[in-house]
Design a binder for this molecule. Structure first.
Ligand SMILES: [Fe+2]
Ligand SMILES: [Fe+2]
Length: 255
């Protein structure tokens, strides 16, 4: 029986290209289960299947040659430059806070508030971002980064903060935050650092201004004074979140 050859779909061609690229690299680069989930697949690349597919090749256990090279002892700013997909939102928010004359701790919180989104994972970005910075910043900063995720859904007239129009467009008028977000908000309202987290929302720039002049270099001193850079390099230290930074440094390490 003749089976007609089907033309390859776009995704098949993309897979083929990806495999071709992998073969040209010295080491086998694999996708973690989470990356497959993000592609809508419950799947992972097993060691045996990879060895069968790439006989004689070793798995990648270090830097991914496709990504910008990071220095041996990376700093927070190296992650901004080499790993965060976008700095503009963070820089514009921090610049806004700086111009408003807010304390350095609050400016730092604004600078770091969405590192979950720009560098790690969108879902629960406030929690992830807070956990990453927790060992290196004042507790007030990481607390504020964590709860800004909940606060931004709730207005506060006392500081002129309204529910963002952008959220109406992004999530629709009927969207209701989950109960854990409501609980976080209610607890935060009574907290002594409530206003620090609220200031993140107030200074959160939802509409990107392409003409704004912002530069990470403007924040070198504030970061230097308020972020405890580990001597070994961020990711190579032994803090409770060092592994998260290492994962960001080398996201395709086999193990
Ligand atoms: Fe955010
Ligand atoms: Fe934001």
């Amino acid at each position: 029986m003749n089976v007609a050859v089907q033309p390859k779909t776009l995704s098949e061609r993309a897979d083929e290209l990806e495999h071709q690229m992998e073969e040209e690299l010295e080491r086998v680069i694999t996708k973690s289960a989470l990356f497959h989930l993000a592609d809508g697949k419950v799947s992972y690349d097993s060691g045996a299947s990879l060895q069968a597919k790439y006989p004689g090749k070793y798995m990648l256990m270090g830097d991914d040659p496709r990504l910008p090279k990071m220095p041996a002892k990376p700093t927070l700013l190296d992650y901004f430059r080499c790993r965060f997909a976008s700095m503009n939102h963070l820089l514009q928010s921090a610049t806004h806070a700086l111009k408003a004359g807010l304390p350095e701790k609050t400016v730092l919180a604004c600078l770091l508030h969405d590192i979950g989104v720009s560098g790690f994972i969108r879902a629960d970005h406030g929690y992830w971002g807070a956990q990453m910075i927790e060992p290196y910043v004042d507790e007030e900063v990481s607390w504020a980064v964590r709860v800004h995720q909940a606060l931004r859904f709730f207005p506060d007239d006392s500081v002129g903060y309204k529910y963002p129009d952008m959220y109406l467009r992004a999530f629709g008028p009927d969207y209701k935050p989950e109960p854990y977000i409501l609980r976080e908000y209610e607890a935060a309202r009574k907290h002594k650092w409530y206003m620090t987290a609220r200031q993140i929302c107030v200074n959160d720039i939802y509409s990107f201004d392409p003409n704004a002049k912002v530069n990470i270099d403007d924040f070198v001193d504030i970061v230097g004074r308020n972020f405890r850079q580990p001597e070994e390099g961020l990711g190579w230290d032994s803090s409770p979140s060092a592994h998260m930074w290492r994962t960001l440094m080398r996201p395709t390490r086999y193990l």
